[in-house]
Ligand binder design. Structure first.
Ligand code: ZN
Length: 374
C-alpha cells in the first residue's frame, strides 16, 4: 500500500512538471496521467478487498439448550424488524444462552436480562420474553453500530457497556485488554462496592488483577457457543440442542421423509431409512451434522459414494449418493465441516442427499428429525 502511494505521488509530480514545461510533451503527459488514473483504480479496488476482509464470518451455534433454541424464530423476526442481518441470530442465541444460563424458566420472562440496559440499571422491569428479545436485540444493534461492526468488541460491550467501545479505540479486545478495562472500571467509586464482584469470586486471574467489573471473559464464553461456518450464503443450519446442524446450508428442501413409502425405483412399499434433501449435483457442499470421526468413506452399492461419521459410542450419521468425498477413514470432523459434495451416485433417481442417523455403524436406523430438531 505505502509503495503504491509513493508511486502515485511520483507520477503526479512528473505529470505536473511536463504540463508546465512544454506543449510538445502533452501526449506523454496524458499517458502519465492515464497511468496515474490506473494506479488510482488499483488502489480503489484494493481498498474494497481490504474492507471485505474485515467482514465477520458466518456463525452457527453449538451447545445451546433446547429451551433457548425455542426462541430462534422470535429472534430472527426481531432482527429483521430492526434491520439486522439474520446471520446475527447465532450470536444472539449464544448471548441468550449465556444470559439465561440455558435455563429460561429461571429468568422470570426477562430472558436477555434486558431490564438493565432498558431502564438504566433498574432490574426486573421486563417480564415478557418478546419484550426482552426486543430490547436485547436493540442493545446488541447499538453496540454493533457504535463499534463499527467489530463483532468481538460489540459482544464484549454487550456485557461491559458502550464505554468499552471508546476505551478500546479500535484495537482488538484481547483478554489482557478486557481485564485491564474491568480493573479500571472497578476503581471507579460507583463500582467500588463489594457488591460488584463480577467474575472475581471464581476467577483467580481476574481477582489478582482486581478485574471485578462485569465479565472480562464474556467474549470467550459467547464464542464457545459459536461455530464458524464456511462461506455458504445464508447458512442457518443450527437446530436441535445446537450440538447438531443441518447437513446442507442455505435454503433446505426435504424431498422425502423417514418412514414407510413407495420406493421411487422399485415402486414397492418400503421403509425409507433416512431423510432426503434436495441439493445441486457437483455443487452443494455436504457437511457433517456434528463433531465426530469418519468410520467409512467410499463406494457402497446402492448408497453410491457414502460417508459415515461416528459422533458418540452409539450414534452415527451416514451421507449417501455423494458425487465426491473429501474425508478419509480416521479423520476427525467438526460440526458443519464439509465431508463431500452432493451427487446422484448409487441407486438414485436424481441429485439428493440421503441422510441416515444410526445407533450402529451399519444398522439401528432412527429418524434423523429428532436429532436435527425438525
Ligand atoms: Zn433417501
Amino acid at each position: 500500500m505505502a509503495e503504491s502511494n509513493n508511486a502515485l505521488k511520483e507520477v503526479g509530480k512528473v505529470a505536473g512538471g511536463k504540463i508546465l514545461t512544454s506543449v510538445g510533451a502533452l501526449p506523454s503527459a496524458i499517458i502519465v496521467l492515464f497511468i496515474a488514473f490506473l494506479v488510482f483504480i488499483v488502489l480503489f479496488i484494493t481498498s474494497i478487498f481490504l474492507n471485505d476482509e474485515t467482514n465477520t464470518p458466518d456463525y452457527g451455534v453449538k451447545g445451546i439448550s433446547e429451551q433457548v433454541m425455542q426462541f430462534k424464530d422470535a429472534i430472527e423476526t426481531e432482527l429483521a424488524n430492526q434491520g439486522l442481518d439474520a446471520s446475527m441470530a447465532s450470536v444472539l442465541l449464544a448471548i441468550l444462552q449465556q444470559e439465561s444460563g440455558g435455563n429460561i424458566a429461571r429468568t422470570n420472562g426477562d430472558i436477555f436480562q434486558s431490564s438493565e440496559s432498558m431502564s438504566g440499571g433498574k432490574m426486573g422491569v421486563i417480564t415478557d420474553p418478546n419484550e426482552s428479545i426486543k430490547y436485547g436485540v436493540k442493545h446488541f444493534k447499538n453496540v454493533l453500530a457504535q463499534s463499527n461492526n467489530n463483532l468481538d468488541v460489540a459482544i464484549q460491550s454487550y456485557n461491559f457497556g458502550v464505554g468499552f467501545i471508546s476505551w478500546i479505540g479500535g484495537e482488538e479486545p484481547s483478554l489482557d485488554k478486557r481485564l485491564e478495562f474491568s480493573s479500571e472500571m472497578k476503581q471507579k467509586p460507583q463500582y467500588a462496592s463489594s457488591l460488584f464482584t463480577g467474575i472475581c469470586r471464581n476467577d483467580a486471574e481476574a481477582r489478582a488483577r482486581n478485574a471485578c467489573y462485569g465479565d472480562p471473559r464474556y467474549l470467550d464464553k459467547i464464542k464457545n457457543y459459536l461455530v464458524i461456518l464456511e462461506s455458504d450464503g445464508d447458512y442457518m443450519g443450527f437446530v436441535g440442542d445446537g450440538n447438531f446442524a443441518m447437513p446442507i446450508g442455505g435454503t433446505m428442501t426435504i424431498t422425502s421423509d423417514y418412514g414407510v413409502r413407495i420406493h421411487p425405483i422399485s415402486k414397492e412399499r418400503k421403509m425409507h431409512n433416512g431423510i432426503d434433501f434436495g441439493c445441486v449435483n457437483y455443487v452443494t457442499p455436504i457437511r457433517s451434522i456434528g463433531d465426530g470421526r469418519i468410520v467409512f468413506s467410499g463406494g457402497a452399492g446402492g448408497y453410491g459414494n457414502l460417508v459415515i461419521v461416528q459422533h458418540e459410542q452409539n450414534l452415527f450419521s451416514a451421507y449417501a449418493h455423494l458425487s465426491s468425498l473429501s474425508v478419509n477413514v480416521g479423520d476427525t470432523v467438526t460440526l458443519s465441516q464439509q465431508i463431500g459434495v452432493c451427487g446422484s451416485t448409487g441407486a438414485s433417481t436424481g441429485p439428493h442427499l440421503h441422510l441416515e442417523v444410526r445407533t450402529e455403524k451399519f444398522g439401528g436406523h432412527k429418524d434423523p428429525k429428532s436429532i436435527l430438531g425438525l
